[in-house]
Write a protein that binds this ligand. Structure first.
Ligand SMILES: [Zn+2]
Length: 459
């Protein structure tokens, strides 16, 4: 058990209590610097290739879920066969570790399906290379189906260049770039169908994951990440919104969520921890670009493929451009008062899509290189005192270096202070548990840090 009396705290540590985003000049791996490999991945993301993918997806005319599946040039069948072949081509060129397959089911008639319809996700899995981490998965998705004004219209041109060829192209580009690299944990690059018919493709896969009890440690949905131009024509290519739910709005609160609320941890759900981590890593690796975390599941009147994952207890977030122009979403192609209506590629900003893909890729790389978030993290509350005694279960990864305790004011969104405490499973911080929110991260020898785990009280 280590204990630092307050009067012997190093000056650098004292400083970090005051200044946001500084860390203690303590021994341990450099967790706030740049990993050369992640810099390389970010650099390799190509706006030109992303543009090529978007234009190819648009060329299928419509990708409506009930559209033609026989033609080689038009409809959702041709689109998914092209996505699969593109991922297979990239995977083969990258050394053959990317496993590409269809995840398919026939969905019965429902409000948004007039006939039983085969719903097909294209799933590319890059298995982790560390035995202790291969079961831990991070999922990144976009939906490749599209629609026009009438949700059942399966024949009119529905280019879906932004919604959601942008997210689909970003996922293909990430898969192609990242398949050339090795990660401890497993990455799943998924392009899903039937988002517009009610999140059916994502829900099918999320349910499979839940039934098989897969360890999905984070899910990143990219939907409408294509445009930097708002409906009033102003351009903002410096930020992306990241929607992150707190406590889910369910009738019966789980014991885990009740424990969060009871200790003021309602902003420390696993989804908020994931969002906090993505903001920190994404902004570190992508210059002049910010991740605007929004404390909501999604926008009003809209839903997305992260929702089925949230509903099954997984941490899941949604990336969306900062200012949507709704005349370029879900619209029949037409002109009104000299203005073109419809989701056309001319309204996409391919450099912007690349920036969002870079934030995704940096976050996913960092997470999949890092150890798992510590388990069974507890704060001991047996006696009244002004310290914080944290205990946790030891990680099992062979490249683990140790642990990092992070903290922030109860009203602060991001971590403000951090202390590397070495390879131990308990630590007493001379800061009051009553006044701060704490988290524990696992850190590997290269300095890759896990998402923080919120400590639940232990008497
Ligand atoms: Zn969409």
């Amino acid at each position: 058990m280590q204990f630092i009396p307050r009067k012997t705290l190093p000056a650098a540590l004292l400083l970090c209590f005051a200044a946001a985003h500084t860390i203690a000049a303590d021994a341990g791996p450099n967790v706030t610097g740049h990993q050369a490999e992640i810099d390389q991945i970010v650099k390799e993301i190509s706006p030109q290739r992303i543009e090529g993918y978007v234009r190819k997806l648009v060329s299928f005319g419509t990708r409506h879920t009930m559209s033609d599946t026989v033609s080689d040039t038009r409809g959702i069948g041709a689109a998914r066969r092209w996505i699969k072949s593109e991922l297979e081509r990239c995977g083969a060129a990258a050394g053959g570790r990317l496993q590409v397959s269809y995840d398919s089911h026939v969905h019965p008639v429902m409000a948004r399906l007039s006939q039983p319809t085969e719903i097909v996700n294209v799933v590319a899995t890059l298995p982790g290379t560390q035995a202790e981490s291969v079961d831990r998965m991070y999922v990144v998705s976009g939906h490749y189906d599209s629609r026009v004004t009438e949700v059942m219209n399966a024949t009119s041109d529905a280019p879906g260049a932004n919604d959601d060829a942008s997210g689909t192209a970003a996922v293909i580009e990430m898969a192609c770039v990242m398949a050339r690299h090795k990660f401890d944990a497993t990455l799943v690059f998924m392009t899903v169908a039937a988002e517009e018919q009610g999140l059916l493709g994502a829900a099918n896969w999320a349910e499979l994951a839940r039934q098989k009890n897969w360890n999905i440690a984070g899910m990143l949905n990219n939907d409408i990440i294509g445009s930097s131009r708002a409906d009033d024509d102003h351009v903002d290519n410096t930020q992306v919104r990241l929607f992150a739910e707190g406590i889910p709005a369910v009738k019966e609160m789980s014991d885990a969520n009740r424990a969060l609320v009871a200790t003021g941890g309602e902003n420390d759900s696993i989804t908020r921890q994931l969002a906090r981590h993505i903001k920190e890593v994404g902004e570190r690796y992508v210059d002049k670009f910010s991740v605007n975390v929004i404390y909501r599941r999604d926008r009003y009147l809209r839903g997305g493929d992260h929702s089925p994952f949230l509903d099954r207890g997984y941490a899941a977030v949604r990336f969306t451009e900062p200012n949507e122009d709704f005349s370029h979403q879900h619209q029949d192609l037409r002109e009104e008062g000299g203005k073109k209506i419809g989701d056309l590629p001319e309204y996409d900003d391919f450099n912007y899509i690349a920036q969002v893909a870079r934030v995704n890729a940096a976050s996913l790389s960092s997470l999949a290189l890092a150890p798992a978030a510590p388990q069974q993290v507890k704060v001991r509350t047996a006696k009244l005192d002004n310290n914080t005694e944290l205990v946790w279960q030891a990680n099992k990864e062979p490249d683990l270096a140790g642990y990092r305790i992070v903290w922030r004011d109860t009203t602060a969104p991001q971590w403000q202070g951090a202390l590397y405490v070495g390879n131990t499973t308990q630590y007493i911080i001379p800061r009051s548990k009553d006044n701060f929110l704490f988290g524990v991260q696992a850190v590997d020898k290269d300095g890759n840090a896990s998402v923080a785990t919120y400590p639940l009280p232990q008497r």
